[in-house]
Design a protein around this ligand. Structure first.
Ligand code: HEC
Length: 135
Protein backbone atom coordinates (compact mmCIF):
# COMPACT_ATOMS: atom_id res chain seq x y z
CA UNK A 1 0.00 0.00 0.00
CA UNK A 2 2.83 2.40 0.84
CA UNK A 3 4.39 1.72 -2.50
CA UNK A 4 1.27 2.64 -4.33
CA UNK A 5 1.02 5.89 -2.38
CA UNK A 6 4.63 6.64 -3.30
CA UNK A 7 3.89 6.01 -6.94
CA UNK A 8 0.89 8.27 -6.87
CA UNK A 9 2.94 11.00 -5.22
CA UNK A 10 5.69 10.71 -7.80
CA UNK A 11 3.18 10.68 -10.64
CA UNK A 12 1.49 13.80 -9.29
CA UNK A 13 4.78 15.67 -9.01
CA UNK A 14 5.79 14.67 -12.54
CA UNK A 15 2.39 15.66 -13.85
CA UNK A 16 2.51 19.03 -12.10
CA UNK A 17 5.94 19.79 -13.54
CA UNK A 18 4.84 18.63 -16.95
CA UNK A 19 1.88 20.97 -17.10
CA UNK A 20 3.97 23.83 -15.78
CA UNK A 21 6.42 23.39 -18.63
CA UNK A 22 3.57 23.23 -21.04
CA UNK A 23 2.23 26.61 -20.02
CA UNK A 24 5.71 28.14 -20.30
CA UNK A 25 5.93 26.77 -23.82
CA UNK A 26 2.59 28.30 -24.76
CA UNK A 27 3.89 31.68 -23.69
CA UNK A 28 6.97 31.19 -25.83
CA UNK A 29 4.79 30.39 -28.81
CA UNK A 30 2.81 33.54 -28.17
CA UNK A 31 5.93 35.61 -28.52
CA UNK A 32 7.24 33.73 -31.51
CA UNK A 33 3.99 34.22 -33.38
CA UNK A 34 4.39 38.00 -33.60
CA UNK A 35 5.02 38.27 -37.31
CA UNK A 36 5.79 41.89 -38.10
CA UNK A 37 7.15 44.95 -36.42
CA UNK A 38 3.76 46.60 -36.66
CA UNK A 39 2.00 44.15 -34.36
CA UNK A 40 4.65 44.18 -31.64
CA UNK A 41 2.94 45.40 -28.53
CA UNK A 42 4.43 48.79 -27.90
CA UNK A 43 3.66 50.33 -24.53
CA UNK A 44 4.18 53.68 -26.09
CA UNK A 45 0.91 55.06 -27.52
CA UNK A 46 2.71 57.21 -30.07
CA UNK A 47 4.61 54.17 -31.32
CA UNK A 48 1.35 52.24 -31.62
CA UNK A 49 -0.17 55.17 -33.48
CA UNK A 50 2.71 55.21 -35.97
CA UNK A 51 2.20 51.48 -36.61
CA UNK A 52 -1.56 51.97 -37.08
CA UNK A 53 -1.02 54.79 -39.59
CA UNK A 54 1.21 52.42 -41.57
CA UNK A 55 -1.36 49.61 -41.42
CA UNK A 56 -4.28 51.79 -42.54
CA UNK A 57 -4.85 53.77 -45.72
CA UNK A 58 -3.61 57.06 -44.24
CA UNK A 59 -0.46 57.25 -46.34
CA UNK A 60 -2.43 57.17 -49.59
CA UNK A 61 -3.47 60.74 -48.82
CA UNK A 62 -0.93 61.86 -46.22
CA UNK A 63 2.83 62.17 -46.15
CA UNK A 64 4.79 63.11 -43.06
CA UNK A 65 6.25 66.32 -44.52
CA UNK A 66 4.53 66.91 -47.90
CA UNK A 67 0.97 67.68 -48.73
CA UNK A 68 -0.64 65.08 -51.01
CA UNK A 69 -4.44 64.86 -50.94
CA UNK A 70 -4.50 65.72 -47.27
CA UNK A 71 -2.23 68.01 -45.28
CA UNK A 72 1.30 66.91 -44.32
CA UNK A 73 1.07 65.35 -40.91
CA UNK A 74 3.83 67.65 -39.60
CA UNK A 75 1.66 70.64 -40.65
CA UNK A 76 -1.22 69.17 -38.64
CA UNK A 77 1.15 68.84 -35.67
CA UNK A 78 2.20 72.49 -36.00
CA UNK A 79 -1.39 73.69 -36.18
CA UNK A 80 -2.59 72.02 -32.97
CA UNK A 81 -1.23 71.90 -29.46
CA UNK A 82 -0.67 68.40 -28.06
CA UNK A 83 -3.64 68.41 -25.69
CA UNK A 84 -6.12 65.71 -24.73
CA UNK A 85 -8.97 67.75 -26.27
CA UNK A 86 -7.15 67.95 -29.60
CA UNK A 87 -6.37 64.23 -29.52
CA UNK A 88 -10.10 63.50 -29.09
CA UNK A 89 -11.18 66.00 -31.74
CA UNK A 90 -8.73 64.71 -34.35
CA UNK A 91 -9.60 61.09 -33.57
CA UNK A 92 -13.27 61.89 -34.18
CA UNK A 93 -12.44 63.53 -37.51
CA UNK A 94 -10.41 60.50 -38.56
CA UNK A 95 -13.37 58.22 -37.74
CA UNK A 96 -16.17 60.41 -39.09
CA UNK A 97 -14.29 62.03 -41.97
CA UNK A 98 -13.61 65.71 -42.35
CA UNK A 99 -13.83 68.56 -44.81
CA UNK A 100 -13.45 72.32 -44.72
CA UNK A 101 -10.69 72.49 -42.11
CA UNK A 102 -7.76 72.45 -44.55
CA UNK A 103 -9.67 72.96 -47.78
CA UNK A 104 -12.59 71.60 -49.74
CA UNK A 105 -11.14 68.10 -50.12
CA UNK A 106 -12.76 65.45 -47.99
CA UNK A 107 -10.99 63.01 -45.71
CA UNK A 108 -12.91 59.76 -46.06
CA UNK A 109 -14.44 58.40 -42.84
CA UNK A 110 -12.88 55.39 -41.11
CA UNK A 111 -15.87 53.90 -39.26
CA UNK A 112 -14.05 50.63 -38.57
CA UNK A 113 -11.45 52.27 -36.38
CA UNK A 114 -12.00 52.30 -32.64
CA UNK A 115 -11.84 55.62 -30.82
CA UNK A 116 -8.82 54.28 -28.91
CA UNK A 117 -6.89 53.44 -32.08
CA UNK A 118 -7.82 56.73 -33.74
CA UNK A 119 -6.57 58.54 -30.64
CA UNK A 120 -3.25 56.69 -30.85
CA UNK A 121 -2.89 57.86 -34.45
CA UNK A 122 -3.81 61.40 -33.43
CA UNK A 123 -1.10 61.25 -30.75
CA UNK A 124 1.44 60.12 -33.30
CA UNK A 125 0.49 62.93 -35.72
CA UNK A 126 0.56 65.56 -32.97
CA UNK A 127 3.99 64.37 -31.80
CA UNK A 128 5.58 65.07 -35.19
CA UNK A 129 6.61 68.64 -34.41
CA UNK A 130 8.46 67.47 -31.30
CA UNK A 131 5.78 68.56 -28.83
CA UNK A 132 5.59 66.51 -25.65
CA UNK A 133 2.65 64.26 -24.94
CA UNK A 134 0.14 65.63 -22.43
CA UNK A 135 0.20 64.01 -18.98
C1 HEC B 1 -8.94 59.95 -49.05
C2 HEC B 1 -7.78 60.64 -48.54
C3 HEC B 1 -7.48 60.54 -47.06
C4 HEC B 1 -7.25 59.41 -46.30
C5 HEC B 1 -7.31 57.97 -46.75
C6 HEC B 1 -6.93 59.88 -44.98
N1 HEC B 1 -6.95 61.23 -44.92
FE1 HEC B 1 -6.59 62.40 -43.30
N2 HEC B 1 -7.14 64.02 -44.34
C7 HEC B 1 -7.47 64.07 -45.69
C8 HEC B 1 -7.91 65.41 -46.04
C9 HEC B 1 -8.36 65.86 -47.42
C10 HEC B 1 -7.83 66.17 -44.86
C11 HEC B 1 -8.27 67.62 -44.65
C12 HEC B 1 -9.75 67.58 -44.24
C13 HEC B 1 -10.32 68.93 -43.94
O1 HEC B 1 -9.90 69.92 -44.52
O2 HEC B 1 -11.25 68.97 -43.09
C14 HEC B 1 -7.33 65.28 -43.82
C15 HEC B 1 -7.08 65.66 -42.52
C16 HEC B 1 -6.44 64.88 -41.59
C17 HEC B 1 -5.96 65.33 -40.30
C18 HEC B 1 -6.12 66.75 -39.74
C19 HEC B 1 -7.47 66.84 -39.05
C20 HEC B 1 -7.71 68.20 -38.47
O3 HEC B 1 -8.50 68.24 -37.52
O4 HEC B 1 -7.15 69.21 -38.89
C21 HEC B 1 -5.39 64.26 -39.69
C22 HEC B 1 -4.75 64.21 -38.31
C23 HEC B 1 -5.54 63.14 -40.56
N3 HEC B 1 -6.17 63.54 -41.72
C24 HEC B 1 -5.10 61.86 -40.29
C25 HEC B 1 -5.42 60.76 -41.05
C26 HEC B 1 -5.21 59.40 -40.63
C27 HEC B 1 -4.59 58.98 -39.32
C28 HEC B 1 -5.66 58.60 -41.65
C29 HEC B 1 -5.70 57.08 -41.69
C30 HEC B 1 -6.58 56.45 -40.74
C31 HEC B 1 -6.14 59.48 -42.70
N4 HEC B 1 -5.98 60.77 -42.30
C32 HEC B 1 -6.62 59.04 -43.92
C33 HEC B 1 -7.42 63.01 -46.56
C34 HEC B 1 -7.29 61.68 -46.17
Amino acid sequence: MRRIMMLITVATVVFACGSKNESTNTEDYGEAEVPTEATVVDENLIGQGAALVKQNDCNTCHHVTSQIVGPAHTDVAKKYEFTNENIKMIAERIIKGSTGVWGPVMMTPHPNLSQADAEKMARYVLSLDGEKEPE
